[in-house]
Every structure is written in C-alpha cells, then in structure tokens.
Write a protein that binds this ligand. Structure first.
Ligand SMILES: [Mn+2]
Length: 248
C-alpha cells in the first residue's frame, strides 16, 4: 500500500496557559507558537488543562508531536519544596495535563519540544527540581533579574548561550553559540532522570536539555525560539526538527 500520508502535515499538540483565580476561566496561548509550528509545516492543536480523560485519550490517538509552552511556575510541591514568595501563577491542573502528556510522549516515542516553563515541566516530570527564584537563590554573578527576565521587546536577544558540541540540540540548531531572549525567574536545579544538560547561559544557568536516549526526540530550551523565528535560523530549525520528526 502506498504511504499516502508521507506529506500530510502532522498534528502538534500545544499546551496552553490557564487563568488562575480570575473570572471567567480561560485557556490561552501566545500566537507566536502557532505561527512557528505552521511555518514549519505542522498543524497546531491546543491542549488546555480543561481537557477531560476522554478528550485526552482521543488526542493521544491523533497527535504526532507535543509542544510544551511557557507560562507560570510549576507547583513546587511537585518537587517536594514549599513555595518561594515569588512563585506565582501556579495551576495544578496545567501541571497535571503537561506532565501527563510529557510522560506519554516519552513512553510512546512521540517527539516533544519544551520551551521555557516547558523545559521546567519536563525536568519536574522526570523527578528533577527547580530554582524557584534565580536572583534570590543564586545571588548575582550576573544581574539575573535583568539578564534572564528581560522587559524589552520579546524578539530581541538578551543573553548568550553555549551549546554542547555533539548534542542533539547542537545538531538541530546548527550552532554552538547563539544569542537568545529570556523570560524566566526559575531554572533547573537538580536534573530529571535521563536528561542531559546541553546548553548554558554565561552564569551557568541551564538553557537546554535533552533525553540521553537517542531513540527519543525530547528537547527543552529555556529561551523563547517562537519569538525569534523571523530573524534566527536556529530558532526556525527547532520547529522544523519537531515537525519533521513528527512526520516521520
Ligand atoms: Mn535565560
């Protein structure tokens, strides 16, 4: 039988943010993720935390890839810590859905790209922990609050990243050094099971991870490539790699 589905665009599940303690309840996502996936040839579909069990099961039959997006902080109880005063925007429903789909994607060898909070969710899903507030937990060799939590235009890079030579991430990006944007006050503390750190900011904050198992396409970045695709081929390469792998 002919493989007529070879050129079919793959469905990529995109996790969403959710309103926390405001009315009406909403699920939403920055449009830049949706544009970036479509430019790479994929079809984005939203995975809000309001999906119940039957809807999640139907998505699992159809999804060819998963994108974990940015957003609020992961509930620190997930890594057995009390909340830091700056930990905010916690949605246990969102944590639950994303961890659910992350573990499913790893189990089923569905490709997964994790961005910003997504990288943190991936790490926590695999038993890792987070710095709940980089400035207050790590002091300030760089001005963390400025460098990692830029307030300027979202597509303007604010810090440098070095990528591990020979890593999957380096192969995807096509670069070992790049300048990235940065919108986070948390970061990886203890790595999750099976993850390798493969990219770092100049202050040693982990900016990229991947599963060591080469059979699994599971990659996380702490920056926001979806905002950089217009000007940065490395950012486009990340989405192209996810969609190409999902199509395979
Ligand atoms: Mn950063």
């Amino acid at each position: 039988m002919l493989r007529l589905n070879v050129m079919n665009p793959p469905l990529i599940g995109v996790s969403t943010s959710v309103t926390v303690a405001s009315y009406p309840e909403r699920a939403y996502v920055n449009a830049a993720y949706l544009h970036a996936i479509q430019q790479a040839g994929g079809v984005p579909v939203l995975l809000p935390p309001q999906l119940g069990g039957p809807a999640r099961r139907e998505f699992r039959k159809r999804l060819a890839g998963v994108l974990l997006t940015g957003g609020g902080d992961v509930c620190p109880e997930r890594f057995a810590e009390a909340p830091h005063p700056t930990t905010s925007d916690v949605s246990e429903a969102r944590d639950g859905l994303e961890i659910d789909f992350t573990l499913w994607a790893i189990e089923e060898e569905v490709p997964l790209l994790a961005i910003c909070r997504g990288l943190q969710v991936l790490n926590v899903a695999l038993g890792g922990s987070l710095h709940q507030d980089i400035p207050s937990e790590l002091g300030s060799p760089l001005d963390h609050s400025q460098v990692h939590r830029q307030t300027g235009t979202r597509h303007v890079p604010t810090h440098h990243v070095k990528v591990q030579d020979g890593s999957r991430l380096a192969g995807i990006l096509g670069a070992l050094e790049l300048d990235v944007n940065s919108f986070h006050h948390q970061g990886i503390k203890r790595l999750g099971r099976g993850l390798a750190e493969v990219a770092w900011a100049p202050d040693s904050i982990i900016e990229g991870v991947e599963l060591e198992d080469p059979a699994r396409f599971v990659v996380g970045v702490q920056w926001h490539p979806e905002e950089l695709v217009a000007a940065d081929p490395a950012a486009r390469n990340l989405f192209a790699a996810l969609v190409d792998r999902a199509r395979a």
